[in-house]
Design a binder for this molecule. Structure first.
Ligand code: NAP
Length: 558
């Protein structure tokens, strides 16, 4: 039998349905929402879920770890996981006592052996003795691996440790098993007598996380379900929506005890984790890569400011169609789309806005609340063209004349992907003469044919200067972090352009823009386009006018 496919839907409250014919599960977390029911978020400061935030503490000395425990408390954590296996030297009685005496937050003691992905390589009896001692000394939690849980429970039978909750854990560093195997694993862990079940698996694809969510919402016991790796990031945030017992957040970025952990700060302030509830709507940016995007910062801050009950995530997606099929619940309401999925997105939508269809690329997908259908839009076009028109007019907001300053201009677009198509289509619609320069000449030729322009190989762009005062728009990722030294065209060619625009916005001033400014051109940053396209996305997501000043204020701080 094939592994069951998990499909989220909102047919019933907390229901699970197995449809054997499709070999799929339908699960729901929420009451059916009325159309456009983006309910307002609870008042700031209140807590809408019981999910705890645990900071893993790793260090070579007890002193260093105690400092980090205090930092975790100051940072807003609920508990800390003391990773005893990270200590260089460990005297169980002395050191456990020190941690417990110093306790400023509830303590979870983990002494992870190498055979389960940890750092401890010593005698197994000594390891289990230390965990038993932690219980005797009053640890709040201990973590014990499933493989030795029965043996451990046998050794403490008859003893009472009123305070300590035992987490029985299982880690899979290769993959996320099928839903049936996960269910069996939960049952095996429960059978040990665990107070809390912990399963950590690895995401090979973002859709693997759906299986963990399904187990989580139906668990009868306190359940920690985390999917490791960049593709599993949403498990760490949406645990709070789907009822996970705890999620991990690190003190510093990159200092992780398992792959893919976000920081405590991001959980609390970027994702607003305390405010996530079962009815929180999920938005996100779909891309590969996606980590460079500023959309999560912008949208989460806007949602928080206006009190919209939503969370906006980074969605590292390999297969767009599979992603949209898997997360098909009306909980997952809106997506921004970036490299390399904009053209595929067009094919994945049930309906596509006519402008997006003409452009041949979708950068915004909205799930229509009335029937769950996916509607595709292109907001890049208006965002970029308005930014360039404003640059030519020398201002930041809106237009006062009906004739575009682009009319009659020679407009060179570098790139023929999603953004390139939007720019080429938009410039043509505004009356410009359009030339496409692209690495793959054939793509340039096809786009030029579609919009009624000319094509050029990117390699020929340096020597292309039929006239002065041209407009140049880079829509490739050349110059984007981390390759900030790259540029798509030589500096000497820039003197023929009166305005240069770069869609890349990390960094804000790319090498191309710096050299264009030095050559005397007006420059327009990708951040202006970013905000313009985000206004459109926001309006599609919410049906409300975008609070433009708020958007600008948020982005000014980044
Ligand atoms: P896409 O659909 O994948 O298109 C990529 C384009 O860049 C293709 O024409 C490709 O040429 C070209 N390209 C990629 N790497 C190249 C390289 N090393 N050398 C030369 N050409 C290269 O991507 P997209 O969605 O259009 O996005 C492109 C860029 O625009 C990204 O950096 C994205 O972040 C940015 N963007 C910014 C905004 C904003 O709001 N500021 C909005 C949208 C996009 P081939 O045809 O030869 O493959």
């Amino acid at each position: 039998m094939q592994p069951a496919r998990v499909v989220f839907c909102d047919l019933d409250i907390l229901c699970i349905k197995h449809t054997p014919s499709q070999n799929s599960f339908l699960i729901s977390i929420n009451p059916m929402d009325s159309p456009n029911a983006l309910s307002t978020a609870p008042a700031a400061g209140s807590r809408k879920n019981a999910t705890l935030i645990c900071v893993p503490i790793m260090g070579e000395s007890v002193e260093k770890m105690e400092i980090d425990v205090d930092k975790a408390k100051a940072g807003g954590a609920d508990l800390v996981e003391i990773r005893l296996d990270s200590l260089k030297t460990f005297d169980p009685y002395r050191d456990l006592n020190a941690f417990i005496q110093h306790r400023s937050l509830p303590l979870l003691f983990t002494y992870r052996p190498k055979w389960e992905g940890g750092m401890y390589d010593g005698d197994e009896n000594k390891r289990l003795d230390a965990l038993r001692l932690a219980m005797e000394l009053g640890a709040d939690y201990i973590d014990i691996e499933l493989q030795v849980a029965h043996e451990f429970y046998d050794s403490i039978r008859g003893k009472t440790f009123n305070k300590t909750k035992v987490i029985v854990s299982s880690h899979n560093y290769q993959l996320t098993p099928s839903i049936e195997d996960l269910g069996n694993l939960v049952a095996r862990i429960q059978a040990t007598g665990a107070d809390i079940v912990k399963i950590a698996t690895t995401a090979l694809d973002i859709t693997d996380v759906a299986r963990m969510f399904q187990i989580m919402v139906h668990s009868q016991v306190p359940f920690i379900g985390l999917v490791m790796g960049d593709r599993g990031l949403i498990s760490r945030i949406l645990s709070a929506k789907f009822g996970g017992y705890l999620t991990f957040g690190t003190l510093e970025s990159g200092v992780v005890s398992a792959p893919g952990q976000p920081t405590l700060k991001d959980l609390l302030y970027l994702y607003n984790l305390r405010q996530l509830a079962p009815d929180t709507k999920v938005f996100g940016i779909i891309g590969k890569p996606v980590g460079h995007s500023k959309s999560p910062i912008l949208f989460n801050e806007v949602f928080k400011s206006i009190g919209l009950n939503g969370v906006y995530l980074f969605l590292l997606v390999d297969d767009l169609a599979n992603f949209l099929r898997t997360y098909s619940s009306t909980d997952f309401v809106g997506f921004s789309v970036t490299i390399p999925h904009k053209e595929t997105a067009l094919k994945c939508c049930d309906e596509v806005d006519p402008v997006a269809k003409s452009i041949g690329a979708v950068n915004c997908i909205v799930r229509r609340p009335t029937d769950g259908k996916l509607i595709g839009y292109n907001t890049d076009y208006v965002g970029a063209i308005t930014a360039i028109e404003n640059g030519l007019r020398g201002k930041h907001n809106g237009s006062s004349t009906t004739i575009s300053p682009l009319a009659g201009k020679l407009f060179v677009v570098i790139g023929a992907g999603g953004a390139g198509k939007a720019l080429a289509y938009g410039a043509k619609a505004k009356g410009a003469r359009v030339v496409i320069a692209n690495r793959t000449y054939d793509h340039a030729r096809k786009l030029a044919y579609a919009i009624g322009g000319d094509a050029l190989a990117l390699a020929d762009l340096d020597n292309y200067h039929p006239e002065d005062g041209m407009i140049l728009a880079n829509t490739t990722s050349i110059g984007m972090q981390p390759k900030v030294d790259e540029t798509p065209v030589s500096k000497h060619a820039l003197k023929y352009y009166s305005l240069v625009f770069d869609a890349v916005y990390t960094p804000k001033i790319t090498r191309l823009l710096k050299e264009a400014e030095e050559s005397g051109a007006t420059i327009v940053t990708g951040l202006e386009m970013f905000m313009g396209q985000a206004y459109g996305q926001y309006e599609n997501f919410t049906g409300l006018p975008a609070p433009k000043e708020l958007f600008r204020k948020i982005m000014e701080n980044y």
